[in-house]
Design a protein around this ligand. Structure first.
Ligand code: URA
Length: 237
């Protein structure tokens, strides 16, 4: 039973400051399980309590999960002294939830990036042991061929001798290709294709497991994942 102070609970669910919330609570605008509570320090069970503010229910969610269409030019990091990060796209009231990106996309890579504050979830998504396939569309200087498909299937050996797990590459009609990998080594897709003499000129992540990037999200836009989408991350397409 996770016990939490009422003012802390409300500050995690709303954009209001702790001091403003203390005033609101003292004014009698907050009910817990239907009963007005005027003590900000009152403890409640954050999993079970029904809290309302001015009659409207306020739900506490320990973890949050967003899908971001990462634009080019931002770092996949939480903060950086000099450069903008993907977390800078989020408003202050969400940033206070300790959000971070699940894995990294390079600064010039675009597309699907999950942003969360759930460390265990992130670890599971990133770990090759989970066998979650990440799908990218890559533009290369010249199109991939059958020999590349076979080399990916066998497992590419990178220029520095690193052995990659078996992966997939598929030529698309426009000359670009789809790459499917289960691991996330540094610059992995770019290095795999470069090792085949096909340097990448553009890279976009389209899906993680069965979770696809919402095409209606413009670069830089994000939205919460639905329950169903969250479950689809662990599923095969
Ligand atoms: N592989 C890369 O080379 N870069 C990315 O950003 C993601 C996968």
């Amino acid at each position: 039973m996770p016990l939490m102070r009422l003012d802390k609970y409300l500050s995690e669910c709303t954009a209001l400051s702790r001091s403003r919330l203390r005033e609101i609570i003292k004014n009698g605008s907050v009910c817990v399980d239907g009963v007005p509570v005027t003590a900000p320090e009152q403890k409640l069970d954050s999993d079970a309590a029904h809290v309302s503010l001015d009659g409207k229910p306020v739900r506490y969610e320990k973890f949050c999960y967003y899908m971001l269409n990462k634009p080019s030019g931002l770092l996949s990091a939480t903060d950086d002294k000099k450069q903008k990060t993907v977390i800078d796209l989020f408003p202050a009231e969400l940033r206070k939830k300790n959000l971070f990106p699940v894995g990294r996309l390079d600064k010039d890579t675009t597309g699907l990036l999950i942003i969360t504050n759930d460390g265990e979830f992130a670890h599971r998504v990133i770990s090759p042991k989970s066998e979650i396939v990440k799908t990218y569309r890559a533009c290369t200087e010249s199109p991939v061929d059958d020999a590349d498909v076979e080399a990916f299937r066998q497992g590419i050996v990178l220029a520095d001798g690193t052995q990659c797990l078996p992966a997939g590459v598929e030529k698309l009609p426009d000359g670009s290709c789809l790459v499917r990998v289960m691991e996330g080594k540094y610059h992995q897709v770019k290095r795999m294709l470069a090792s085949r003499g096909k340097p990448v000129t553009e890279l976009k992540r389209l899906s993680i497991g069965a979770l696809e990037l919402d095409k209606s999200l413009l670069p830089g836009q994000f939205r919460q994942l639905t329950e169903k989408e969250l479950c689809s991350v662990n599923k095969k397409k």
